[in-house]
Design a protein around this ligand. Structure first.
Ligand code: HEM
Length: 260
């Protein structure tokens, strides 16, 4: 809560600086960023703007970017999956070209079936959010345990996602296990990367879309490999100690023997 107040203080000061600048220069705000947009275009209150920025920064940015780093890491170790992913996106790009369009459409997105398998598997194995915070609102008797009302509990999603009675060979990256269930519809709550219940992640569909579009451009344009060995570590949030350095090759250039 203390950190939250500190961060909100920083954003609030930024807002005040911008308002001051705007009043002084009697001009519209120059900065073309989210804060600028929220202040100029929306009719949100100051509190709402602060809350929006904080949610997007932490709930929406760290999670998706870490999920993508994990996808890059897992895929690098699974060339067969990269190949299948590339095939899927080449096909989408071919159809796009036939239509004479250069932008991805909603229909294209719906064709990204194997991509969704890769995203599900990345979230299952990578466990970007490892546990949730809950408060028990009435006495619960579960599996021989009594959990009294008022207690705080941490449901550990990672324990479910890595349970060998639910997932065969749970520590291996196997996107094909999702074939036939690419939407990742939870079976017996075995898959909960976005949490669950009334506090289910508000950005889950946006996150899937962002990741799919990123993977589309990544596999169509680049090959990559780890520049030095790195591993996903958890303390307690998942991170790469060396920042996951990778070497990236542009595909067209690589074919001509060049490297980026
Ligand atoms: C791979 C990406 C993401 C993962 C794994 C993820 C995961 C989660 C999880 C586990 C929760 C807690 C749910 C619960 O307590 O039951 C959550 C909450 C939330 N997420 Fe995400 N998230 C992701 C991306 C995003 C994005 C892109 C946004 C918005 C732009 C977002 C916005 C939120 C918000 C606002 C909440 C709070 C919902 C509430 O308390 O009612 N998330 N997310």
């Amino acid at each position: 809560m203390q950190s939250r107040a500190t961060i909100l203080g920083v954003i609030e000061r930024k807002m005040e600086e911008r308002l001051e600048k705007m009043n002084k220069e009697a001009s519209s705000m120059e900065e073309d960023d989210l804060l600028g947009w929220a202040m100029k275009q929306s009719n949100l209150s100051k509190e709402q703007i602060l809350d929006l920025l904080l949610s997007l920064l932490f709930a929406g940015h760290e999670t998706s970017s870490m999920a993508l780093a994990l996808a890059i890491f897992f895929l690098e170790g699974c060339p067969k999956a990269v190949e299948e992913l590339r095939e899927e996106h080449l096909e989408i790009a071919r159809r796009q070209k036939l239509r004479g369009e250069c932008k991805l459409s909603w229909e294209d997105y719906k064709e990204m079936v194997f991509t969704q398998c890769v995203i599900n598997e990345t979230l299952r194995l990578g466990n970007v959010v490892r546990f949730l915070h809950r408060k028990v609102i009435r006495d619960v008797h579960y599996n021989g345990y009594d959990i009294p009302s008022g207690w705080k509990i941490l449901p550990v999603l990672a324990a479910v996602h890595l349970d060998s009675s639910l997932y065969e060979d749970p520590s291996s990256f196997n996107p094909w296990r999702w074939k036939g269930n690419a939407s990742g519809v939870a079976q017996n709550s075995n898959f909960m990367p976005y949490g669950g219940g009334t506090r289910l992640c508000a950005g889950s569909e946006l996150a899937k879309l962002e990741m799919a579009i990123f993977l589309h451009h990544l596999v169509l344009n680049f090959r990559w490999e780890l520049a030095e060995p790195d591993q996903a570590f958890v303390y307690p949030f998942v991170d790469f100690p060396k920042g996951l350095p990778i070497r990236v090759h542009r595909i067209a250039q690589e074919e001509e023997g060049e490297e980026e």
